[in-house]
Each structure stands twice: as structure tokens, then as C-alpha cells.
Design a protein around this ligand. Structure first.
Ligand SMILES: [Zn+2]
Ligand SMILES: [Zn+2]
Length: 291
């Protein structure tokens, strides 16, 4: 039995904290771009993507701003005419056609860019994005499993239901957590901790593409290790660690700061949630049983 996972190469780099989903006054955000950057820098963030609605913030735009030491990623949020998606690391805005598969395909023609499907359980119907579409679309690298704006709006901020359904059918999709910042009170609610080999756009995007990150709303994971078929997770501020598998069955649970467990035979994937104070959580990416 062999486990495939995205944490096998945690050497020669550093953990970097960042949000890929922040709006500014260029669309419907309340603060200008420089203020948004200043706010995240003040919280100690390492990277940020300004993701205005169908308005790309390019490298040229970013060059006119002071990044305050953060890595600033060009991109935007594909919005009009359908399900929202982040187009990460693009200087080009794709026309938001109704055919979202075509939009994903056109977006991915931009070299080095990624597409993430946003807040699937947003809206009063809880169905901003239909699950059948998530199953059908090809090419996107993952979904927002937590969206901070939806936590204060209609629908569910969490979308681990869609994630586990995708994973259960063999899709290798990553889980992201983002603020979807529109105003200051929502700054710093959710982020991604990437293990980047370089503190550059390419370094961060490489880690995102390969799943070398975990998502968090306030819990830190200190160790993710696989030795043979044993997986060890350690978190300084978790009260509870749980392992989930196919169809979101909880396979194990520990009340404490670490879990060390054998990969369960026959399970196509497992993933871990580290639960902390006040409902805060960190989500690892999935570990897969190799063929
Ligand atoms: Zn959106
Ligand atoms: Zn948004």
C-alpha cells in the first residue's frame, strides 16, 4: 500500500499565509487596493490576491502599489453570468461566458494560472454552484471549502460536503479557505498556509497547484508527516483532530493536539480536520491510496 499526498516535499522553503480572495473599490469592496494591502500586511500575511469582479489586477497595477513585503498575485474573480471562480495568477481577464467549462478552459490557456470554484453553498438556496457542475467541469484545481463572506451572508460558508463528494468519486481537488473580503471587519477570517520554495508569485502558485498547503480559519498545523502508511498530524492549538474518508465518514477522532494513525485499508482517500477554540478549524488536503 502506498499513499500519495502533497506534503512529501516540506524542505527548503517556508510556510506562508495568504488570502486569494479580496475585493477593493475597483469593484464592490469598501477599501481602496492600497488599504486592503496595508490591512493584510498589518496582520502578518505573506501573500494576497486582489480579486475584483471581472476586473483584473495586473502586475502593472500591482507595481504601482506598495506590497508591504507581501507577495501580490495578479488575478480577479470571474463573476457575471454564472458561478464565481478565482482566476489566480493571470494578467488577462477572460470574458465571463455562460459556458463555464469554456471559461475554465480559456482561463487555463494563461500559462501558470489556476482556477478555483468559489463559495458553492452561497445564496438562500445554498446552491450557488450545483454539484453536477462541479462533477462535470474539468480543469479547475479546487473549490473554496470555506468562504468568510458567506459566513455573514446567506447559505453555508462551508463546502466540505461538495469536496467529499468530489473526492469520493476520484476527483483530486484541493480545498481552499478565503476571506472574500469586502469590508474591514471580515479581514483575516480565513486563509491558506502554503509551503513555498520561494517567496515569489511562482513559488506560491506552485504550492497551490500541487496542494502543498492547508486551509485555516485560525488553527495552525505544525507537522504533517507520512512514514510508510502512518500519517501524523500535530497542531499546537487543536482541541480535537478528526480523520474523514469516503462520503465524509468520520473514521477516527482524538481529543488532543496530535493524531498518528495508520491509513485505513481500502479507503480511497482520507483528510484531517483540526478543530480549535471558538469553532476555528484547519483542513489538510487529502491523502490518497495509490493504485
Ligand atoms: Zn463571489
Ligand atoms: Zn468575491
Amino acid at each position: 500500500m502506498h499513499i500519495e499526498h502533497s506534503y512529501s516535499d516540506l524542505v527548503g522553503g517556508a510556510w506562508l499565509r495568504g488570502n486569494l480572495h479580496a475585493h477593493s473599490t475597483r469593484s464592490d469592496g469598501r477599501q481602496p487596493q492600497q488599504v486592503v494591502i496595508d490591512d493584510y500586511a498589518a496582520l502578518g500575511y505573506d501573500f494576497l490576491m486582489l480579486a475584483d469582479h471581472d476586473i483584473v489586477t495586473t502586475d502593472d497595477d500591482l507595481a504601482k502599489l506598495d506590497g508591504r513585503g507581501m507577495v501580490l498575485i495578479p488575478g480577479y474573480e470571474i463573476t457575471a453570468n454564472g458561478v464565481h471562480m478565482l482566476h489566480v495568477n493571470s494578467n488577462i481577464c477572460i470574458e465571463p461566458l455562460r459556458d463555464r467549462q469554456l471559461v475554465i478552459s480559456l482561463a487555463l490557456e494563461v500559462p501558470g494560472s489556476l482556477v478555483i470554484v468559489n463559495h458553492p453553498n452561497w445564496e438562500a438556496s445554498f446552491t450557488h454552484c450545483r454539484h453536477d457542475d462541479l462533477q462535470a467541469w474539468q480543469g479547475y484545481c479546487g473549490i473554496e471549502i470555506y468562504n468568510g463572506l458567506v459566513d455573514c451572508g446567506e447559505g453555508s460558508a462551508l463546502a466540505t460536503d461538495h469536496w467529499d463528494r468530489l473526492l469520493s468519486r476520484g476527483r483530486r481537488a484541493w480545498g481552499f479557505a478565503n476571506d472574500d473580503l469586502h469590508d474591514r471587519p471580515h479581514c483575516g477570517a480565513a486563509w491558506n498556509m502554503v509551503y513555498a520554495k520561494q517567496r515569489t508569485v511562482a513559488g506560491v502558485v506552485d504550492a497551490l497547484a500541487k496542494g502543498r498547503f492547508y486551509a485555516s480559519t485560525g488553527v495552525t498545523i505544525d507537522r504533517i508527516a507520512v512514514e510508510g502508511t502512518r500519517i501524523t498530524i500535530e497542531s499546537r492549538d487543536a482541541d480535537r483532530i478528526a480523520m474523514y474518508g469516503r462520503h465524509q465518514r468520520r473514521l477516527a477522532r482524538v481529543d488532543g493536539r496530535s493524531m498518528s494513525i495508520e491509513y485505513p485499508a481500502g479507503e480511497p482517500y482520507v483528510r484531517f480536520e483540526c478543530l480549535g477554540r471558538g469553532g476555528r478549524c484547519a483542513w489538510t488536503q487529502p491523502f490518497f491510496l495509490a493504485e
